[in-house]
Design a protein around this ligand. Structure first.
Ligand SMILES: [Zn+2]
Length: 179
């Protein structure tokens, strides 16, 4: 897939979440909940090295989505895995892992309640590329937007940020004020 096309497609997909200007992982999950119309939880799982480093796992249950990340992952890595899993959900990438009692138990779920379970081994390389690039866009926005004012202020806080972010230009000098 051509890179420019990939980027445009991922940015377009990300628009569906209607993310606020500044957001953290909690707000990202909130945005996904609104998009999906049901709860989204995040849980750690001991993968024993069975999961790809960037890809976690996701389960669809009658109570909502559960996104899993490797328990040993650092906070930063964890945020990236969550962003990657959010991206798989956003793209609605197909693919289901088989659910056996052992696997369900490791996820803390009743096998009968798992509507779909997805992980790295069921995704195509193209799906992985889309999820990873979208995750990169999410992480980049989450980082950059903590430091820069919005170009399109939406609320009062954003507008203040935009005002203070403007470079200070010297105003016109007033005449006749010299002593
Ligand atoms: Zn993945």
């Amino acid at each position: 897939m051509e890179f420019e096309r990939l980027r445009a497609d991922c940015e377009e997909r990300l628009q569906l979440l209607r993310l606020p200007h500044r957001f953290n992982t909690g707000q990202l999950l909130k945005a996904l909940e609104e998009y999906r119309g049901h709860p989204v939880k995040v849980k750690p799982v001991d993968t024993g090295g069975n999961l790809d480093l960037l890809c976690g796992m996701r389960a669809e249950t009658p109570d909502g989505d559960i996104l899993y990340y490797e328990r040993q992952a650092s906070q930063m890595h964890r945020n990236h895995i969550v962003a990657h899993e959010v991206s798989h959900v956003l793209w609605d990438h197909p693919g289901s892992l088989s659910v056996d009692p052992t696997r369900a138990a490791s996820l803390g779920l009743d096998p009968a309640l798992i509507l779909r379970l997805s992980g790295r081994s069921v995704y195509t390389d193209e799906d992985e590329l889309e999820a990873e690039y979208t995750a990169t866009l999410i992480r980049r926005r989450a980082y950059l937007e903590q430091h820069y004012a919005p170009s399109d202020p939406q609320g009062a806080d954003d507008r203040w940020d935009a005002v203070f972010a403007r470079p200070l230009l010297p105003g016109p000098r007033k005449k006749g004020r010299r002593r």
